[in-house]
Design a protein around this ligand. Sequence first.
Ligand code: NAI
Ligand code: MG
Length: 369
Amino acid sequence: MRNHKIAVIAGDGIGQEVVPAAIECLERIALIHSLNLEFTYFGWGSDYYGRHGRMMPVDGLEQLAQHDAIFLGAVGSPAVPDAESLWGLLIPIRREFQQYINLRPVKTLDGVKSPLANKEPIDILIVRENNEGEYSEVGGRAYRGLPHETAVQETIFTRLGVSRAAHYAASLASSRKGHLTSATKSNGIIHTMPFWDEVVEETTRLYPDVTLTSELVDALAAHLVLKPWTFDVIVASNLLGDILSDLGSSVTGSIGVAPSANLNPEGDFPSLFEPVHGSAPDIAGKGLANPVGQMWSGAMMLQHLGHPEAAEHLQMAFESALREGLGTRDVGGPSSTSEFTAAVLAAIDVIDEIAATTASRPAAAPASS
Ligand code: NAI
Ligand code: MG
């Protein structure tokens, strides 16, 4: 039996609802596929902040480093400034563990109503650079409270950072349709963005089967609404990738279904799996949260841990529950979080029974000639 140590941070708001829902499904999948998923729960987040004045303990990263993967819900609460909650937990994890790729699939699912009139199937992978760019600590404030008060925030792009994101994205594109789109804004941001363009272009040249299109992000945003089915892989900086992935998930139906993987591709550190959405304080505690983004992130975690069949089983199960029209309210369905989870658990068992019957059925006799 394969053993994996998984650190769980359910966090705030609906994180407390969607994480247990996804773990129920992961446990059922683990049983069927003979995986030993050992979950260790960390009660960190905004409540912890209220008690201790920080989002996680001083040695939080050392504790997490003992695990094979991190499964996170969401952090953020109206009671804690967002900059504190993000920079006190998620950003240190992404940076210290060199999770420099944030992979965010955007895909149409049957049973999820898209707001678009034209419904060609959408299947995009967004590769967001996750360690540098616009999310930088370099900058400051001066002359606080005076009329000439000033704020400066420096964007930082490095050759290493841009090229490894571009390599990852180009190699993904090469295994798919071979179309890579790079989000830029080099007409307005005249130092960092032309540098981004150059490094992405140089890197992509090493993949002769990949065609690169560099697209200004404002036009790209419009394109993502008007013809999202024409994209294959999109590579974007930290900020642009963040915005485009919320847009992409909304175009396919709901931010509640969107998953993400924060990857350290070398495996030197644990990678982190979390839905794209936040803690959704407006619906927290009401049983309305869609757990699909969290479940799908769990499937990405199984894939990363080397269990593609288990990952596919989980994915088929939530897709089947959605297809039957049993989704939560945000996707136009009738179910609460727990009703939907029960439907996914049932689908996991049905898929398992079908697989067992197919495997035990004698092979068809060869046709006589
Ligand atoms: P949000 O993603 O939490 O919510 C945006 C809208 O989508 C809300 O109307 C919400 O009800 C809806 N929504 C989100 N997830 C849903 C789900 N699973 N099912 C059904 N509806 C869903 O973004 P918002 O409101 O900007 O941020 C709320 C808090 O979350 C803030 O404190 C923010 O900083 C934090 N946040 C945390 C993230 C993380 O932990 N990675 C990511 C984004 C925001
Ligand atoms: Mg976001």
